[in-house]
Design a protein around this ligand. Sequence first.
Ligand code: SF4
Ligand code: SF4
Length: 714
Amino acid sequence: MERSFKKEVQALKLGDGETFHGEGILAVTKALLQAGVSYVGGYQGAPVSHLLDVLVDAEDIMGELGVHLETCANEASAAAMLGASINYPLRGAVTWKSIVGTNVAADALSNLSSPGVVGGAMIILGEDYGEGASVIQERSYAYALKSSMWMLDPRPDLPSIVRTVEKGFELSEASHAPVMLELRIRACHATGSFAAKDNRKGVVSGLSKLPGPPRFEYGRLAHPPVIFSQEKLKIEQRLPAARKFIREQKLNEVIPGDLADIGIIVMGGLTNSVLRALERVGLADVFGASRVPLLVLNVVYPLVPEEIREFCATKRAVLVVEEGTPEYIEQAVNVELRRADIQTKVRGKGPLPQAGEYSSDVLLEGLAAFLQATKPAGIDADTIAEKARGLFAHKAKAAAALGPLPPRPPAFCTGCPERPVFAAIKLAQREIGPTHISADIGCHSFATFPPFSLGNSILGYGMSLASAAAVAPNMEKRPIAIMGDGGFWHNGLITGVASNLFNKGDGVLIVMQNGYASATGQQYIPSSKTSRLGATGGVEIEATLRQMGVKWLRKVRTYSVSVMVKTLKEAMRTAEQGLKVIIADGECQLARQRRIRAEDAEKLKRGDRVTRARYGVDDEICTGDHSCIRLSGCPSLTVKPSPDPLRSDPVATVVDSCVGCGLCGEVAHAAVLCPSFYRAEIVRNATAWDRTKHRFRQAAIGWLGGYNARKAAA
Ligand code: SF4
Ligand code: SF4
């Protein structure tokens, strides 16, 4: 795994009277244990990958409480786990990245929310929203609305997060509906402290098992005709029960303020950003006290009409701070106020933008516009707006002074085994010409950025082959689908491979077999060599594909660029019809380096011989055309001034971060570039034989140098 929480998880053992200090994601795990969960599961994805990593690292602690942990094959299997709470008083939580994971889990979620639950069921959603996020800019709110699942969006401070998790289970049980808990990136990584409580064993768990199944009850199935009565239950019983619980337990908070004729209704998760914007113009302090009253919605769905009415009744205007479109909360507030004939003006989208992340700057601008439009008593709104403009002006001046900065798109790690495959595709395309490339989700999608710029569509995780299904029959050249091994097991095996074989499709599929779900932090997948439970059951991609009936299958070491080029050309040109699969085999370099570094440190401690490969460029041979950089894209390859005073072009050079993967040399060879790359081996704890070889080589080099000098002098 990318990050180990072995040390931090000890905090999960804290009990009554002790104080927990740590990160939001760890606090969520502690809250789950305090709430007495019986099972947890999920599928990795930012920003909740670490939640799953924490759960894995805390498996021993959970085992003592009888909590079952499942690292699921995808989000659908995680959502289906919650089926345990339909019939039994089992509290359970699952996690994934939304919106993409929620899309994958949608079928199970609908079938869960229709019959409802007996035990508390919680879905912890990582909301990865914003310009740098790797998902479509949609929100999970629509799912909560359409399926009648309640959505929690806690204020990003640890006591609020912990309380919301604990109360979330009670809410789920009180209203018999699953709840979603939305966690934004900032909430996951917020640090703080809270008063810990003892962990609780579940009523039913691995330590206290059920004697048998419940009495057969057709109403517990999401199946006709009971789905119609279930829909009525959602509206007539579960929704009122949820609202009653939210109101009675005060899950939403009011932060009072003296500017009583205006107010802000804010999604809980955005509270800190709003307070920061207020603080920048002197309307709040750094401890969260505000002059503008705030209604903090730690539960964003359902809204409680009485709370909305009470907050708004005495105000001339309120600002609804709600990220995403459509403006569900703003519309609901408007409807509620019109129904109650309360004339408070509701603003939201307008002062605030319709789309995009509500960063502190965006909120500051929206807030200034709101204050200028409403002119609350007790402050000079124009002066505050002027102050806000002044803050932006500083930024503009600083940006102008710096000048335009170069864009920094994400890229493959140094030595990544996937980079050579794209170098090979580029080289193969010199001969076979360009063809349609179906890209996928995973590290390999970095190839859509320069210098490769390869990929014509991305349709979802593991969907590349399926997304080429209608391209292949309509294109002269075979399309190439790229899929990671994570995507292969998540979805691609059935959606892509089975469907292609079933439909006798053609085309080329490259499966990047790097051994982990690398993009999310090197979690294990079914074909990993090991797993959290020890050796895997020998699930191999190659064997699976052969069993399924793939006839044309090649496995190529990714760094062998010339072999990969040859194999690609063969796959594109062969007269053989049907799916052609190339398994591009090479362990994730990041995971490999972590593994090797630890192994090498052990060896060095024992005094054993340790070697490390490094590549270099011979300055005298480098022609300075830099094709090697363009073709490999390795960040360890750069340029430096030529030491030859007669040559003005800079030469290529390898910097210290080189991990010795050999791609640059391979590319230079496959592309018939200059022979300027050399491989060196750094030997630590050298043996007597190493030293003898070294002395001999030095002598030979010295003699040859002298020979050349003698020859030149003769
Ligand atoms: S994490 Fe692994 S697979 Fe992903 S870019 Fe880095 S080296 Fe490549
Ligand atoms: S410089 Fe060459 S050998 Fe070193 S990491 Fe980059 S491609 Fe690999």
